[in-house]
Write a protein that binds this ligand. Structure first.
Ligand code: SF4
Ligand code: FES
Length: 244
């Protein structure tokens, strides 16, 4: 593959009047990821470039950014898979920029915390451990894979137009605990999400599903919670999700 022509969004709100795009020529090497490209720039061309990362293996969720028109993890995205030598790297859209490719995730994590992302058992703790059958755990398999990268949140038109919308990541976590066989706070959990800035704001656009680097079907989980909320309103109670 030929060398890369890389345009990178640059903005420091403390010193810049407006954002700009800087262009860098990067020497391609086999196996290069977008994160490798950013390190090449940082170490060889411009030490002032700011970006976030930690694990480098698609686990921590820190390196989500907007690459060639799609939310992606920089450490997971192979340059050769983009099938172009022209790269366009920007911060996650719809989130405030702290510097260059680093965005402010305070609102994202504030919404995550608001859905109470922890077990609230109905009974007092058992002597040894909470038992969960394999089939009950299977229900949660997708949802527990969420690494809170924010890609879905950034891609969602409902987030763009309603700053109070919980967004797909908080809602998949709400599902994750609602459907957990060990949890006993289903009524409270539905109350936290069944409102105009929660479940009902999702218009099933599926952007979140398209961009999720973990292949999580947020939309189906949101639809499931909607059905549970409607069932409760009709006096049908609430129930666990059948094993899939
Ligand atoms: S659901 Fe997927 S895209 Fe959204 S925060 Fe979790 S891992 Fe990231
Ligand atoms: S650096 Fe951790 S997910 Fe990319």
């Amino acid at each position: 593959m030929a060398d890369l022509d890389v345009k990178v969004f640059r903005f420091d709100p403390d010193t810049d009047d407006k954002p700009r795009y800087d262009t860098y020529q990067v020497t391609y090497r086999e196996g290069m990821t977008i994160l490798d490209v950013l390190f090449y720039i940082l170490e060889n061309l411009d030490g002032s470039l700011a970006f976030r990362y930690a694990c480098r293996e698609a686990i921590c969720g820190n390196c989500a950014m907007y690459v060639n028109g799609l939310q992606r993890l920089a450490c997971k995205t192979q340059v050769k898979d983009l099938k172009t030598t022209e790269l366009f790297i920007e911060p996650l859209p719809s989130l405030p920029v702290i510097k260059d490719l680093v965005v402010d995730l305070d609102s994202f994590f504030g919404k995550y915390v608001s859905i109470k992302p922890y077990l609230i058992p109905a009974e007092s703790p058992p002597e040894k451990e909470y038992y969960q059958s394999q089939s009950d755990r299977h229900v949660l398999n997708e949802a527990v894979d969420c690494i809170l990268c924010g890609a879905c949140y950034s891609s969602c038109p409902a987030v763009w137009t309603d700053e109070d919308y919980l967004g797909p990541a908080a809602l998949i976590k709400a599902f994750r605990f609602y459907a957990d066989s060990r949890d006993g706070a289903q009524k409270e959990r539905l109350d936290l999400v069944a409102h105009e800035h929660g479940l009902w704001r999702c218009h099933t656009v599926f952007n979140c599903v398209e961009v999720c680097p973990k292949g999580i079907d947020n939309t189906s989980a949101i639809q499931y919670l909607k059905k549970q909320a409607v069932g409760r309103a009709l006096g049908m109670g609430v129930g666990k999700r059948a094993a899939t």
